[in-house]
Design a protein. Structure first.
Length: 94
């Protein structure tokens, strides 16, 4: 089944897959939580930048390995910075 909008938007349902296409942009807004779960891999790819932010905490977890790469184009790097004037988190066993 396909649903079409007047400016090239399309929602396609086929073989257990849902495709959402829009020539302008896609916005998802919720008054509560937004949860994304996959039975396999979850991939996010952008032609320019990917930004993740929150007003409280941001967490990233890997069950095994975590790989971060900066400068893959030959320029750039990786910056991990804390601007806190005091420790905001006290770790156990220090």
């Amino acid at each position: 089944m396909n649903l079409y909008g007047g400016a090239g938007e399309e929602i396609r349902f086929y073989s257990g897959t849902l495709d959402i296409t829009a020539p302008g942009g896609i916005n998802i807004r919720a008054g509560g939580n937004v949860n994304i779960m996959s039975g396999g891999d979850t991939n996010v790819n952008a032609r320019r930048s990917v930004d993740v932010s929150s007003n409280v905490d941001t967490r990233v977890k890997a069950g095994n390995n975590m790989q971060l790469l900066g400068g893959a184009s030959g320029c750039g790097g990786v910056l991990i910075e804390s601007q806190a004037a005091c420790p905001g988190y006290l770790f156990e066993n220090e």
